[in-house]
Each structure stands twice: as C-alpha cells, then as structure tokens.
Design a protein around this ligand. Structure first.
Ligand code: WT7
Length: 583
C-alpha cells in the first residue's frame, strides 16, 4: 500500500471520510516511515526536511521566506537551507559535539534559528528550543537540566538572560551569537568557519532522540519531553491530512519555535512536505498580519485562539479593502477555540478555523477537524487515522475504565504513535505515571459524541494556559517565594476574554510585613525580571494565609473557586485531585 503523505496527491475537493476510514484501517507507521526517508534503516528529520527535496530536484524552491521586523525580506531555497544546515552540523562536529548531546537556541524568529535546528538534527544532536521571552530563571533551569553543550543566541539575549548564570552552566562549552558580540562567545560566522571538513553524515534511526521540549506540570521543575527522529512521520502525516499542505504552498504558522507548535508545524511538517514557510520576526499586529496573509498569498495558516480573538477585537476596519483569495485552510491550536472565532473567520477571511488538539507530549496533532471535513462547531474534531483516542477514568487500583460516548473523562491515546514522547529527561517515574494499561493519559478532560467528535472540557490539573502558552504555577510560586516578605504563594489561571487565562498570584506575608501597593508592585516586578513578562503574574492579592491540603500542598483549585465566586466544592475531593499521580 502507498501512503498519501508520500506520493498520493490530495484528491480535488479534498479528502473524504471514506478515504480516512480506509487509511486508518490499513495504517502502518513503520512502512510509511521507510517510504518517507527512502533509505533503509535510518531516518533523520533534518535530512527529510531539506536534502530529500534537493535530491528530488526541488532545490530551487523557496523553503523559508523571512520577514524581518524592519521590512527586510530574506529567502532561502531548499538547496540553500540544506547547505547551510550541513555547514552548521559540520561546525558542531568540529566543536566536538557528539550525537545525543544537546544544542539549545534562545532567539527570536531569525533565520539562524531554523538553520541551527536542522543542522543540530543532521549532526544527530538533540535540539532544544527556548522561548526567547523567558526571563533568566526559566532559561537557566532549562539549560542546566538539559546540560546543553552549545547555545545559539544573540548578544542582547545573552547579556539579559544567560551571562550572569554562565558560571553555573559547566556543560555549556560554546555560546554562538547570531548577532552582536560578547566576551566568551563566538560569532555565527566564526563558528561556521571553524569547520574545516564537510559534514560527516550521521546515521540516526527512528528511535534516536531528536528534540527536547520543556513543558510544565503542576508540581516540580519543568519536564523535558524527548522526541525521536521517527516523529517526522506523524508531522508529515498530520501536515498532510489536517493542514492539507501541498508542495509549493505558502504556509504560515504564527507559533514561536520556542514552543512545540513552532517546531512541529512551524518548521518540520511544512518543510518535509515541500511548502514555502513564511516566518515573521515581529510580534502580533493586526494590520501587519493581514498584510502578510494578503501580500504573501498565504494558502494555509496555523495560529492560536488568542491571536484570533485579538484580531476580532480590532474589528472589521483593518480588513477594509482586503481580500484573501489564496487562503485555502485555517487551523488553530493550543486552547479552546470558541465558535464565534470560527464563524468570524468564515465571514471575514472566507474560511472557518479548523481546531486541532495535541500537546508537547504527543508531538503532533492527535485530534482535529481535519481539512477534508466540514467543521463541527465547538468540537476539537476526530482522531487522525493511525491514532486511537479514548475517554477514560483512572481507577484507584491504577487501571482504566473506558467511558461511553457522552460521558466526561480524561483523554487517553493508545501508546505507540511515532511522535509520542519517549521520556521526560531524567524522570522515569514521572514518565511512567503518564501511562496505564498501554494508554497515554493526557491530563485533559473531554467528551466524545456519538459521531466520534471530541469536545474539550478542561484540564485535569492546575497548569495555566495563557495566550496559548502552558505555564506551571510552581515555577511562578518559586520565584515569589524568593522575596524576603513572602511566606507562601499560590498561583492560578484567571479567565480572560483574550488570553484565555491570565496568571494571578495569591501571597501570604511573613510577620512584620505590610500588604500594600508598593509591595505588590515589587513582587510583580521581581517576577517579571526573573521569569519574563509572559510568565509573571498580572494580578496579585494578599491573603492572611493560603488554603492547604493535609499533606501541605497549596489548594490552588480552592483559590480559583473563590476568585471566580464558584462553590468551593467538597474539600476532600479537592485534596485527592491535587494529589493525583500525574503532575
Ligand atoms: C495543552 C497542551 C500542542 C500545541 C499546543 C501547546 C491545551 C491544546 C487544544 C484545543 C483546547 C487545547 C490542552 C493541552 N490545548 N489544544 N484544540 N482545545 N485545549 O502544547 O503547551 O503542551 O499544551 O493545551 O490543555 O493539554 P502544550
């Protein structure tokens, strides 16, 4: 059997459900994997994304079209991207970086980030992107835990977020600056020039580590989710089946590569499928975004509900006189997609948004209102062919009860899809706690209807989703606790019409400290400086003391219920919930 992702064109008018039913029945990830790479045994995301196109005579096609903040445009063809990433990989080899070692990037959306990512993969090293809006604290935690050997960044970000902690990062032997200069660092060109030999090809297998993405749980430090080269198959398949990406398409993903969406669908899937990737360096701006959609003739657009709500906020005025005839498919991820946003897009952009559901841990889209189907308004859609999803409840004995259609429970995915994370870095127990009876438990609550569509209900834990970014309350509480006046801190997500949730902190003070506005400002200021504005609380209230479970954990759910004026519920249940295995 052949696979649509490799060589079958998308039928005119798109896919229909019968095709998908057949594909799901016959799906063999292993065979598709071999077909995708064309070589027996090995597979490498960097090579599949670039070299494969060059071999097929598509080297001159534009791979990346970079739109700088200042209006500069830089275009790299597949051939150029293949050569540049080869060179970066050779430079890593010259620097003594062995397969499996980690290379991190802390940078905005600049071309060097894409070259470094692909080059790292080609060298068999593990690529670890860091969100450039993180403050020094989250950057340090992640660099240190991943024992990164090389960091690619800019002089500005280095000075603000890394330099002060450099001495505490013994594994970090090389800092490469894509822009600017600083002591104890190498310039981008100097780093590349140090490679006197061409790249010695590295043979990676489907199960070799490729990407390390940090994500947050309710407790403890952030978790490093490890992904393997074989994941590329899921990126390619979902990019085709859900995003309907075709060779030569102009494709724009607004997610930052510091998060999983920005890698899986802001780099891997579109390049593997031969699209031209638009990369915008600038932050959100309604006028600029419409300009990009219109002027670049974007065919497929992948963005997030917060961004759509921001566009809606600006209303119809910035849309006046524009048209988007090239737009074929709109998709969204990261938070609940409100039906108004879908309807609004259909009216103003000419197409509805297709919701997609997945996580850092799943590596690729698992459930979607995929391209071929009419959107079922308000639902996340159906599982992809090859992906088996159930709604379950964990029993006390650790087993699972599989729930009927219409019943609310936790999303579970049968283990074994190619982009499934293969571990949390150095945390085997935490990883094991995510699985039961051969199923991965996602920590999200949902309902499946009689037609097999999934409806999102909420999170099963205390993590916060703000502007599509997953924030662990623990990381925020830790920084607040560093202040001399703070005795305890509890952090929740408070509903917000645009960002979904904003971060709100509750703080109890040590004796002798006064809860006043100056202290509130000082605490928020501390959090912003250490964590970065995207992670710092926007609101902060003082309380005489914080509610805790008998075992001493802060009852964030109770804080949230009180904040929202909801019934406080049964405290004994709250206690059991917050003690649940998956954190
Ligand atoms: C969490 C995963 C995978 C890319 C996003 C970032 C929430 C994701 C949806 C959706 C409602 C969604 C879930 C999930 N989420 N997609 N379509 N509707 N909620 O991945 O940072 O690991 O976050 O985002 O709560 O568990 P992530």
């Amino acid at each position: 059997m052949d696979y649509p992702i490799i060589d079958k064109p998308v039928p005119a008018g798109g896919w229909n459900l019968a095709d998908y039913a057949a594909a799901r029945r016959d799906f063999d990830w292993q065979q598709a994997c071999r077909l995708l790479d064309g070589r027996p045994g090995g597979i490498n995301i960097g090579c599949v994304a670039t070299d494969r196109h060059v071999r097929a005579g598509r080297g001159a096609v534009a791979a990346l079209r970079w739109l700088g903040k200042d209006g500069t445009v830089r275009e790299l063809s597949y051939g150029e991207l293949a050569a540049a990433s080869d060179r970066f990989a050779a430079a890593l080899q010259a620097a003594g970086i062995a397969p499996g070692e980690r290379v991190a990037v802390l940078a905005g959306r600049i071309p060097e980030l894409y070259v470094a990512a692909l080059g790292t993969l080609k060298a068999g090293a593990v690529f670890c992107p860091l969100f450039s809006a993180f403050g020094p604290e989250p950057v340090y935690t992640r660099l240190s835990r991943s024992e990164a050997r090389v960091l690619v960044t800019t002089a500005t970000l280095y000075a603000r977020k890394v330099q002060a902690n450099r001495a505490r990062l013994p594994a970090l032997t090389q800092v490469v600056l894509a822009a600017g200069e600083a002591p104890d660092t190498l310039g981008w060109q100097a780093f590349l020039d140090a490679a006197r030999e061409p790249l010695r090809p590295v043979s990676t297998g489907a199960e070799d580590a490729a990407l390390l993405h940090y994500t947050s749980g309710t407790t403890g430090a952030p978790k490093g989710a490890l992904h393997v080269h074989g994941a590329v198959l899921a990126h390619a398949w979902s990019g085709h089946a859900v995003l309907d990406l075709r060779p030569g398409d102009v494709y724009w993903c607004t997610a930052d590569p510091g998060w999983v969406t920005g890698m899986s669908y802001g780099l891997v899937a579109p390049l593997v499928l031969g699209a031209t990737l638009v990369v915008d360096e600038a932050e959100f701006d309604a006028g600029r975004w419409y300009d990009i959609l219109e002027r670049e003739r974007v065919n497929v657009w992948y963005t997030a509900p917060t961004a759509i709500r921001m566009l809606m906020k600006y209303g119809a005025e910035p849309l006046a006189g524009r048209g988007f005839p090239a737009l074929r498919l709109l998709a969204s991820v990261g938070e609940p997609l409100n039906p108004e946003a879908v309807v609004w897009a259909e009216r103003h952009l000419g197409r509805p948004f297709h919701d997609t559901w997945w996580q850092t841990e799943t590596g690729a889209i698992m459930v979607a209102n995929y391209g071929a189907q009419a959107v079922r308004l308000g639902s996340m859609g159906r599982p992809l062919p090859g992906v088996e999803v159930a709604i379950v409840r964990r029993r006390r004995d650790g087993g699972l009860d599989f729930l009927a259609d219409g019943e609310e429970g936790e999303i579970a995915i049968r283990a074994g899809w190619p982009s499934m994370f293969r571990g949390y870095l150095d945390e085997a127990e935490r990883y094991a706690a995510c699985f039961a009876e051969g199923w991965y438990l996602a920590g999200d609550l949902a309902v499946r209807d009689a037609d097999g569509y999934f409806w999102f209900v909420g999170r099963n834990d205390d993590v916060i989703k703000t502007a599509g970014h997953l924030i662990g309350p623990f990381e925020v509480e830790n920084v607040l606790m560093e202040h001399a006046a703070v005795a305890e801190a509890g952090v929740i997500g408070k509903p917000d019409p645009y960002a979904g949730e904003v971060i709100k902190a509750f703080v109890a003070l040590k004796p002798g400290h006064v809860a006043d506005d100056a202290l509130r400002k000082a605490l928020i200021g501390l959090a912003r400086a250490r964590l970065g504005p995207a992670v710092a609380p926007r609101e902060l209230d003082f309380l005489p003391e914080l509610p805790r479970t008998r075992s001493g954990k802060i009852l964030r759910r109770l804080l949230k219920a009180r904040e929202l004026g909801l019934p406080e519920g049964d405290l004994s249940t709250l206690e059991t919930d917050s003690d649940s295995a998956r954190s």
